[in-house]
Ligand binder design. Structure first.
Ligand SMILES: Nc1ccn([C@@H]2O[C@H](COP(=O)(O)OP(=O)(O)OP(=O)(O)O)[C@@H](O)[C@H]2O)c(=O)n1
Ligand SMILES: O=C(CO)[C@H](O)[C@H](O)COP(=O)(O)O
Length: 540
């Protein structure tokens, strides 16, 4: 079967006269540029993750390439801290190489990102489609750049999307990236990327690596351990690639549209990415391969076999390695991302607030958020824990007991803003307020609470999604009269009264129900990360 890819820019001139089309699949395509309008057209309903870092792999790579202890640092977390240098070229590469204790194996990656995403059926090329307001390709870059032993990442994009790509690199602070112009087919784009790496000259920013990883820009969930496995296998065998079991049986139709034969599913595998090669092997293969291969080929491993007699080692990959191809894949990717960034909830409270209802709330949260790690901490010290939380956690519930002011929430918000946590993922902050609606008619306090809209609007600009949660709490049964002064002169909140019970026992049961409801609301806010709730006051 033949097919033809088209991309914009001068590379189009490379198209051979004998280019053919893949019947029933694709037609010659115009390259597509990213523009605000186009991105806006696609913007999917906001669904949601962090690409979890596997740091164990770096150690294994060091083991493969004997070197000084600590020769490989663990992968960086899936985000950068404030003030991290913005590197849009590979300028840091040589320094990394020269540093003592670094790996002796030089590894670079080529990311073909010059396609137009015809099967996605939207105007924006799929690698630029937004997921949680961030282009898909940025997630893939993040997954690669946090692997410390990948020195350079060459991204291949069409000329018309070059500027859009630069601004993505700037906005999300990607590092170690070099841009190269795409070709009209995927193979041609990859060849352009390899060419850039092959120019190992003193004044050239890129150095020729020993091993090169090739990975599609539209496979965002690549983990360090599979990258490591293919690199190790490529070092030993010359070529290696990730595979998955086939989901469906492959059949071959005959010209009349009837079944000719079918393959025995268990004997075949789907070829996925990443793949890795000794650079000299894959570069030689691309230099020698025919125009036909460059136009219609789909398999880099095949080129290594055909032109360098190199049999690739096949490595079992994870299901998340699939390639974002259809529109529904964007929703799947968003769900995976949301799930990953919702793995931890930090409940912020004062240490002196170890009050009964708060411990009930923590318990209810732990029940509700089954697989979520619920941690709690106080603001104020810049200890390692706080630092860790501000680097790894994307969900916060800030508990305010019997107060309608936002002092504590505001403090948390400014810490989050300073930390730059929200550059890569939307951070959810729920300002939780325990009130005794029975004792005090809400008024000025409520007016205070209304400020949440203003705060929310402000922090939304920094990708922080703030909303409020009121929890009705009658202290009559626990600590009568302790907070009677809190709600003096509050006018218009009678409708928020949720319960008033006759006996302490009933009170307690009601409180449990209310707290469970509060936990359900917090869980939903974290999971959905919906813009619809930004600045809203919810009542449990
Ligand atoms: N001329 C091309 C064509 C494709 N690619 C890249 O190769 C990867 C895998 O290709 P594919 O999924 O086929 O992407 P598209 O060609 O964009 O999609 P479609 O086939 O639906 O048009 C993608 O990251 C794509 O951007 C590329 O760099 N240059
Ligand atoms: O499938 C692959 C592995 O062999 C490649 O990852 C690549 O995505 C193929 O691209 P295309 O969809 O253009 O055939």
């Amino acid at each position: 079967m033949r097919r033809l890819r088209a991309a914009a820019g001068p590379a189009r001139e490379n198209r051979g006269a004998g280019s053919q089309r893949c019947p029933g699949r694709r037609t010659q395509r115009r390259g597509r540029a990213v523009g605000d309008g186009l991105l806006a057209q696609l913007r999917p309903p906001r669904l949601a993750s962090a690409l979890n870092t596997s740091s164990s792999a770096a150690g294994s790579l060091a083991a493969m390439e004997p070197g000084p202890p600590g020769g490989s640092r663990p992968a960086e977390p899936g985000r950068r801290l404030s003030g991290a240098p913005l590197a849009t070229s590979a300028s840091s590469r040589s320094a990394a190489r020269a540093e003592p204790g670094r790996l002796s194996l030089a590894v670079a990656a080529v990311l073909p990102a010059g396609g137009s995403g015809e099967r996605m059926g939207v105007p924006t090329p799929k690698q630029f489609c937004p997921i949680l307001d961030r282009p898909l390709i940025s997630y893939t870059l993040q997954a690669l750049e946090r692997v410390c032993w990948i020195k350079d990442i060459v991204v291949v994009v069409t000329r018309e999307n070059m500027e859009a790509m630069r601004s993505i690199i700037r906005k999300y602070q990607h590092k170690h990236i070099s841009l190269v112009e795409a070709g009209v087919t995927r193979h041609r784009s990859i060849f352009n990327g390899l060419n850039a790496l092959a120019q190992d000259q003193p004044d050239c920013k890129l150095c020729k690596p020993e091993v090169v990883i090739i990975h599609d820009a539209v496979r965002p969930f690549v983990e360090e351990d599979v990258l490591l496995k293919v690199v190790i296998a490529a070092k030993a065998h010359g070529a290696a690639g990730a595979i998955r079991p086939l989901v469906s049986t492959v059949i071959s139709p005959s010209a009349d549209g009837c079944l000719d034969h079918s393959l025995e599913r268990a004997r075949y595998r789907a070829s996925e990415m990443p793949q890795a090669f000794l650079f000299d092997v894959i570069y030689k293969a691309y230099q020698q391969c025919s125009d036909y291969d460059l136009e219609f080929g789909t398999e880099c491993l095949h080129l290594a076999l055909k032109y360098c007699d190199t049999k690739a080692k096949l490595v079992e990959g994870s299901p998340d390695l699939w390639k974002v191809t259809y529109k529904r894949d964007l929703y799947t990717a968003e769900s995976i991302i949301k799930e990953r960034i919702s793995q931890e909830l930090c409940v912020v409270m004062d240490t002196k607030e170890e009050k009964e209802p708060i411990s009930y709330l923590l318990e209810a949260l732990r029940n509700e958020l089954n697989h979520v790690k619920v941690t709690c901490g106080a603001l104020g010290y810049a200890g390692r824990d706080t630092q860790h939380i501000l680097e790894q956690c994307y969900s916060f519930a800030c508990v305010n007991f019997m107060t309608s002011d936002f002092h504590k929430t505001k403090k948390l918000l400014s810490m989050l803003e300073e930390s730059d946590l929200s550059i890569l993922y939307p951070v959810v902050v729920v300002s939780v307020h325990f009130f005794d609606f029975k004792l005090v008619p809400l008024s000025q306090r409520m007016e205070n609470l209304m400020w949440i809209r203003e705060f929310a609007k402000e922090v939304k600009k920094r990708n922080i999604l703030l909303c409020g949660l009121l929890i009705s709490y009658s202290q009559g049964s626990v600590c009568p009269g302790a907070y009677a002064d809190l709600f003096q002169g509050v006018p218009h909140v009678a409708h928020l009264l949720t319960w008033r019970s006759a006996s302490p026992k009933q009170d307690e049961q009601k409180l449990q129900e209310t707290l469970t409801q509060g936990a359900i609301i917090i869980a939903a806010l974290i999971r959905e990360r919906s813009l619809g709730f930004v600045g809203q006051l919810l009542v449990a």
